[in-house]
Design a protein around this ligand. Sequence first.
Ligand SMILES: C[S@@+](CC[C@H](N)C(=O)[O-])C[C@H]1O[C@@H](n2cnc3c(N)ncnc32)[C@H](O)[C@@H]1O
Length: 272
Amino acid sequence: MDRIPVELGTIQETLLITLAGRARESVKRKPILVDPKAADIMAALDNPSKKLTRGAGPDPSVLRTAIVDTWVREFLAAHPDGTVVEIGTGLNARFDRVDNGHVHWLDLDLPDTIALRRHFFTDTERRRMLVASVLDDSWYDTVSAQPGPYCFVAEGVLVYLPEADVRRALDNLAARFPHATVILDYYSPGMLRFQNRAADKGAMDARWAWTGGEPESFAAQGLRVTDARSITDPPPALRSTLPRSYRLALPVLHRVLPKGFGLAKFHTDRAR
Ligand SMILES: C[S@@+](CC[C@H](N)C(=O)[O-])C[C@H]1O[C@@H](n2cnc3c(N)ncnc32)[C@H](O)[C@@H]1O
């Protein structure tokens, strides 16, 4: 079979980092998540950037993804027929990991990413890809046409985009979709410096534009925090399933890095 070329913009190609992390994790003896497609996609890509895919040691982005999977499963337990919108989906197969047989799902990303994604994923009645930017509202009507309630997930996406544009987009989203769940990642200023220093040294071309914002600061955009936690403090439903090495190491790491690498879950409030 011909390999599939990777022709992506600078931010878009960062999807290879998380894809490669999930592929490596999935073949471990005791993985913290199994991505049913990541290894096959990696094998099918034509010479994907080594600096983005090589990775070494435990990958924090895999733990982040496992926490988001847990939160999305919790949303689906409460709202089995709702709709999940995966913003900046990349080549993530979250639908395949959490599908309950009822959920409706939209995988949203920029044109070049969706073009690549279409080599590996197909639209079905309950799952569709959507070409759009999170920063505009062209896709809101497509979401509204799906059954609510809604869960919007943006994992590893918003830090690359200008803060003012992201806040404007979240403000519009909260106004259009009251009573929705929103899941975002955020980082400490130290982690932002660390990340961009690594990029300066050649780890990647894309730069983070900001930390992703303190969760409480999004109250101004109509987002009320319902859970916010470091990835070193995973939700109980996930913690009990983690390999022993994680269960031993995470409390120690949590004392050192309590605010380095966080995830927040919000409810969009009508009352602002
Ligand atoms: C680090 S990757 C994360 C991909 C995926 N969420 C994951 O965890 O594997 C960043 C993703 O954000 C997407 N992206 C960048 N700018 C975007 C925008 N303005 N609107 C929607 N998606 C965007 C990229 O194409 C890429 O898929």
